[in-house]
Write a protein that binds this ligand. Structure first.
Ligand code: ATP
Length: 299
């Protein structure tokens, strides 16, 4: 008989502000409350008051909005093992039976690791990225091998398993919730659904702050860089695209140094490179949002 799950503990040194997540305060606290809070209740008490753990959650929304980031940071906050990340298309295998075997193995590995550590109380997170690639509505695999169907069945049997997945939490991620087989989204399976959307202006400013943090503290950022203005100019950008914008702006600043022949003066401890607002404006000509434009309201 498996021991009941012990409780996770929130690391006392963890603060939301230090997590490097911009503009998703509400989403973070909702996901924590709905899917993780039960895990900090002592098991005896949880049993007494009938609290049951959520077995799986689905995070959906456009690419690069921080779904993986949130999942990893909540795991860290609860001192969980580094999550296993499985990519949907990678699980698919042309050999009959191999895809189901891949799923079975991913759960078996998680269980084995817990036993090897001798502590089955550790929370173990499995992130299933691009879930839609394998878990399409069954029967919709369109003349293919039906591999998707059997992968869904294998996942369902793992989530419904007779053995409680006490300390394993499956987090599915997708850009296409409408493509996911509904059977997977029922209670007891991927039961908590949370949308992570593109950031609003306030969120974009937070994300810009996070990704320019080092430059601001070590003096690499020129005083004319106006983050509120950049937040206004980056409508429809995802967090990942904002990160890309900062990288691109840095490349313009570096190019200026290379041209001026001042690269040699840069060393690990001499920071005389400056990234300016003009570098960001050039970057804005080069880096564009996947959806819509930076001056367009999406429906
Ligand atoms: P996908 O759907 O493509 O898997 P995702 O939603 O899981 O994307 P992440 O992988 O979490 O997106 O984001 C990629 C990177 O973009 C992060 O590692 C981080 O550097 C940056 N990023 C995205 N969103 C945010 C955010 N809200 N705050 C800070 N950084 C962010």
């Amino acid at each position: 008989m498996r021991r009941p799950a012990a409780n996770s503990v929130i690391r006392p040194d963890f603060k939301f502000e230090d997590m490097g997540i911009g503009g998703l305060d509400k989403e973070f606290s909702d996901i924590f409350r709905r899917a993780f809070a039960s895990r900090i209740v002592p098991p005896g008490l949880a049993e007494k008051i009938g609290i049951q753990h959520v077995r799986g959650i689905l995070l959906f929304g456009p690419p690069g909005t921080g779904k993986t980031l949130i999942a990893r940071q909540i795991g860290k906050m609860l001192n969980a093992r580094e999550p296993k990340v499985i990519n949907g298309p990678e699980v698919l295998n042309k050999y009959v039976g191999q895809s189901e075997e891949n799923i079975r193995k991913m759960f078996a590995d998680a269980e084995k690791e817990q036993k090897e550590r001798g502590d089955e109380s550790d929370l173990h997170i499995i992130i299933f990225d691009e879930l839609d690639a394998v878990c399409k509505q069954r029967g919709s695999t369109g003349g293919g091998t039906g591999v998707g169907d059997s992968v869904v069945n294998q996942l369902l049997s793992k989530l419904d398993g007779v053995e409680q997945l006490n300390n394993i939490l499956l987090i599915g991620m997708t850009n296409r919730k409408d493509m996911i087989d509904e059977a997977l989204l029922r209670p007891g399976r991927l039961e908590v659904h949370m949308e992570i959307s593109l950031p609003d202006e306030h969120g974009r400013q937070q994300i810009l702050k996070i990704h320019t943090n080092k430059m601001r503290t070590n003096g690499t950022m020129a005083p004319d860089v106006d983050l509120p203005e950049l937040a206004r100019l980056t409508r429809n950008f995802s967090g990942a695209e904002i990160q890309g914008l900062v990288k691109d702006a840095s490349s313009w600043a570096l190019q200026r140094h290379i041209k001026a022949g001042t690269m040699a003066a840069l060393s690990d401890d001499v920071v005389n490179m400056k990234i300016r607002m003009e570098d960001f404006m050039r970057a804005l000509d080069e880096v564009h949002p996947l959806f819509g434009a930076n001056d367009e309201d999406l429906e």
